[in-house]
Design a protein around this ligand. Sequence first.
Ligand SMILES: Cc1cc2nc3c(=O)[nH]c(=O)nc-3n(C[C@H](O)[C@H](O)[C@H](O)COP(=O)(O)O)c2cc1C
Length: 192
Amino acid sequence: VEKLARTKVAIDPLLARRWSPRAFSSRQPGADHVDSLLEAARWAPSCFNAQPWRFVVARADEPERHARVASLLSDKNRRWAAAAPVLMVTIARRDFDNGKPNAYAWHDVGLAMGNLLTQATSLGLVVHQMAGFDKDRARVELALPDGYDPVAMVAIGFPGDPAELPDDLREREAAPRVRKPLDELVLRVPSP
Ligand SMILES: Cc1cc2nc3c(=O)[nH]c(=O)nc-3n(C[C@H](O)[C@H](O)[C@H](O)COP(=O)(O)O)c2cc1C
């Protein structure tokens, strides 16, 4: 399935091609694919170069670990995301090395994810991020130290066949991608 963004002006095809599908192929991305995604994330910019992002990666070829991470998903997300051959949990380190709070930690985890998304698209992989998971249980299951917050879960794999999805999800898979118009997003500096 291709769901190219219908843009008003041209943007890079890697950005236009990215979308968040629910159908994943059972084909396991190689370790080199996953390494390439994480390397792209590593080179994101961050406030004071603190690099507050951390990643927990679970691959379907380690079924016990994969199932444990999949168990963190909300019921709604687990219906489709448990079939993704790579699951990730993104983590933010709350404080800088000097102990001061890093107000940009989650922002910068998002930047790292932005890099990961673009790299994934360039490798022919698809990625679907999720807020719907049990953060409290993630802290326990993933043995997160104090000062680290689970941010999002991420389903990664090669594109699958939407025909294999349950009816309601297949419909959503075909729905057009929509965005707010730019004039709603760009605010004018108030006149003096
Ligand atoms: C932080 C974050 C959390 C999200 N949580 C969920 C989720 O729990 N379940 C889901 O199906 N999609 C989730 N999404 C996917 C969004 O719904 C999706 O990115 C948005 O509708 C735009 O569609 P597109 O990515 O295909 O352009 C999430 C996306 C982000 C960035």
